[in-house]
Ligand binder design. Sequence first.
Ligand code: ADP
Length: 449
Amino acid sequence: MSIKRILIANRGEIALRIHRAAHEMGIETVAVHSTADADAMHVRLADHAICIGPPPAADSYLNHAAIISAAEISGCDAIHPGYGFLSENEKFAEIVEAHEIKWIGPKPEHIRTMGDKVAAKKTAGALGLPLVPGSAGAVSDLDEAKAVSAEIGYPVLVKAASGGGGRGMKVVPEESQLESLMSQAKSEAKSAFGDDTVYIEKYLGNPRHIEFQVFGDGEGNAIHLGERDCSLQRRHQKVLEEAPSPVLSPEERDRMGEVCAQAMRDMAYRGAGTIEFLWENGEFYFIEMNTRLQVEHPVTEMITGLDLVREQIRIAAGKPLSLTQDEVTFTGHAIECRINAEDPFTFAPSPGKVTAYHPAGGMHVRVDSGLYAGYSIPPHYDSMIAKLIVYGRSRDKCIMRLRRALEEMVIEGVKHSIPLHQELIKQDDVLSGDYSIKWLEEWLKEREA
Ligand code: ADP
């Protein structure tokens, strides 16, 4: 059954991204928005727009009833949740499907399993994905924690089962500190997530973050689209992403990609997913799976030539994957810079009116953004206002083009992260691709000193 009209349950650049894919497929779009977003670009471009509530996301972009009514009133036959907001909410996915509206996302039971870290780790292990050594599941008491930690060796990491955003996580350097740090992790987890379940993992000293993009048709067919290296992070937030990873050989990519694709075949996974690993000394360790489209998906699009949102929509409409694994090719190199409305040195948010805007252009340069001159960036939401994605035949050419594109781009009226990216891509370690998940914060500390 084909899809004729999609409700986009999101805002900002990703709402625009979904609108573009839909229109290129001849599908109409309905934007929903809060009162703070009445003048947003996705609202202007969509075929129809419905205001669903006041600025706080809890009353608008997270309001199940308002979004379902908007879909019914406007005659939508599908909902795309984008990333964030309701994209990994299995209850909302279930409600959408109960209303006979197509959910452009994974099966609700897979969202549920992967959303619980202990269950996700068990499932990943059973599917043959390599895990970080650690407890088999939740650890119930100190004796068990001691036994597990002694076996895997210190330092260990105590993690919250319901964790997110790095909260409820404690590095334990040695046994004498286990008791106090474990109880700190538990109380942090209890107050942040209402659940003090914790588990234990070996703490990796200097890993990279490498994630694989997968796609399944829900019937047991699945492919992988290679990896993205997202090691440049600040406070667990990705800052710059690239594909392919500077450290993987084509053989390693094929081998690990196939392990991921096979896992998705075995679970009959549907739609887009990302399997995240830490990578150290040639070994992969599963950390989590995101059951949605990722912010950094364009770097994969640049090197494969595939439109990932189009693929998601096709799968939701019951069509097969548009290509086989043998038909997937990787060409060249792509880098994405996340541009936030924030001070590039203190990282303090900087919402407000954009007085001038000129996106970069030219060959192999893509800007995903809802900005325009005169637009007021509301203070209520995420600070990411644009993504600059650049392609080159080699990593060196990609970096040269990125430097040129960053020079061209103009955003006035608010502070933003372009100066940070300009500095970042001059650093020797970034130029050589020699960085781990610790690199950016250490560099920022040195820069401050
Ligand atoms: P969250 O959902 O809270 O973000 P993750 O499991 O994704 O938690 O981990 C967040 C980050 O914490 C990772 O990107 C990595 O930087 C660090 N981390 C997680 N597990 C380990 C580990 N076993 N060893 C070292 N660092 C880790």
